[in-house]
Unconditional design. Structure first.
Length: 277
């Protein structure tokens, strides 16, 4: 029976069997933080606290949603990224650890102006803004995503110039020190390999790209970068590991130099940095 705080994690573990124990415990702690405002250490201090009927119903609803493979971030309406909190919904991807590595790498460099292409929830732009003095423009072709991104800028007390723009019809005379993009790079043919909670709930237009032209976004964004980067400007991509060599070749042919390929925490090719001469 889930009538006290101490009973919540055992309840999650006994009810949810479609995820690992570690994942389920993480879901439980995130839910406790959302509903009760308690951290892990708070859970120890307040372990004997009685739960209200409304609290019990809320936790039971979360458990039922998790069992339906709805991502916990969408259930709670928020996600943590780069030590910040972000609102998310079905218009945006849930922020991922690999992208935190991209932000961390970007922040090692010097820049004043930034353009993010395909901002989604705004997690990259907001995190850079929170940890630098850069002036940032972030674009997306989804009205729903931009609404969430704008709310995340407010939530994290940063100013960003958000614009509704299509990467394939982009024209701008402004120059930037840095352009970054984490475009759709999962092949349509790889859908069958995706987890059900991703495939059923996350926006496909932000995830998948046609097998017929897997570098479509990279080609277009690289072309934009040749027009809109300052001399010695930086271009950062998050990539599909299968196409690292092709993307490097693409950039080399467009006069980008000092191209660096970095692996993610899982040892997969994930980030490309280049300089425009």
């Amino acid at each position: 029976m889930m009538n006290k705080l101490v009973n919540i994690i055992p309840k999650f573990l006994s009810e949810i069997n479609n995820f690992s124990r570690r994942e389920v415990e993480s879901f439980a702690y995130l839910s406790i933080e959302k509903i009760l405002g308690y951290s892990k250490s708070d859970c120890i201090i307040h372990s004997k606290q009685e739960l209200s009927n409304n609290n019990i119903i809320s936790f039971e609803n979360i458990i039922n949603d998790i069992k339906q493979n709805i991502p916990i971030q969408y259930i709670l309406g928020e996600a943590h990224f780069y030590d910040l909190k972000f609102k998310v919904n079905s218009s945006t991807l849930t922020p991922r650890g690999e992208t935190e590595e991209l932000v961390k790498y970007i922040l090692l460099h010097d820049f004043i102006s930034v353009l993010e292409i395909g901002t989604g929830s705004g997690c990259i732009a907001v995190s850079i803004a929170k940890n630098s003095n850069a002036k940032i423009t972030a674009i997306d072709n989804s009205i729903g995503a931009l609404e969430i991104a704008k709310s995340n800028a407010v939530l994290n007390s940063v100013e960003i110039n958000f614009q509704l723009r299509d990467v394939f019809n982009f024209s701008d005379i402004k120059k930037y020190d840095l352009i970054v993009s984490n475009p759709p790079y999962v092949l349509d043919s790889e859908k069958k390999l995706m987890d059900k909670n991703v495939l059923d709930y996350e926006p496909h237009n932000a995830l998948f790209v046609s097998d017929d032209d897997p570098l479509a976004y990279y080609k277009e964004i690289a072309k934009i970068a040749t027009n809109n980067l300052n001399k010695n400007g930086l271009l950062f991509f998050e990539i599909n590991e299968k196409y690292s060599n092709q993307i490097i070749e693409l950039l080399s042919n467009l006069n980008f130099v000092d191209i660096e390929l970095k692996k993610d925490i899982n040892g997969r090719d994930r980030i490309i940095k280049s300089i425009f001469k």
